[in-house]
Design a protein around this ligand. Sequence first.
Ligand code: SF4
Length: 317
Amino acid sequence: MKNQNIKKKKNNDGLGKIECLIIFKCNCRCIMCSTGLQIDRNIGNNDYRSSMPFKEIVKDIDRAVKTNARGIAFSGGEPNLRRDLPMLVEYAKSVGLKHIEVQSNGRIYAYRDYCEKLIKSGVTNFVISFHSHIEAVHDKIMGVPGTYRQVVEGIKNLNDLGKKVYINIVLTKLNYGHLEEHVAYLVKNFDIQELRFTMVMLEGNVNDDPRGIVPPMSEVGPHIGKAIDIAKGKAACFIYNMVPCLVPGYEAYVNDLGQLDTLLIGPEFESSLDEERKGKKVKAAACEKCRYNKACYGIWKKYADLYGLDELKPMKP
Ligand code: SF4
């Protein structure tokens, strides 16, 4: 099921980033996992659809080099469940990629030896999911008790080894209300390079209980603004899956404006994030009058089906 919609950037200077979903296995059961039922819980299964062959990933790394991509991200599932991850990272480093990102639930970083190995292989950006400073909330979101303690231990290990971390906070009904406290806790206790505030998407497991998991974006926006104020000067901040009119005053942090130039590759599929947004995002008629109308793609259609378009308020030119 290859997606034919892959387009090169108009000025032909290459893709921004290639994200490789190298494994569809995971040791968590997140309530908002976007891959949902596609995730293989049988960790020992080596089915092609659960785990991309090493050679295929090497080809994708080569492609990142050929297209002058800024870098490569390894995600999944949980990419650290692949024993050959350090070798893939070493290869990416050897061919000159400067930005090598690993997106993880962070549990495995509780093992310091493993952190050392991965750092040595050449990972530049450790992106870790950490959704709440309240243990019970984080564990509930991740679906596995004990995850909070492992992630805290893991971040400490990486920090001790000289690595600042990139924290991804997915905003759901369970955690958005105390986002400010979570961010205050993070910047006080850890060395954070970047905070990613990601509005939950209506994909995968979320479809089981959309109203129980997805908060209205207009309620989430003010919390993001206050959290950014707390993090200012301590960590870089980015907002994902949000539109500028719902974070007024913080539009500059919105990542989804303009082209993303990211190619998503997984077992038996690939798609351009820019093409994905077209047709799957919608705007209100009033958006015509908004100063962001050209750069803004609007909100996901599935979200609009749940809460409508009334939250969108055009911003004055
Ligand atoms: S174009 Fe529409 S959705 Fe985008 S910021 Fe403006 S009002 Fe909001």
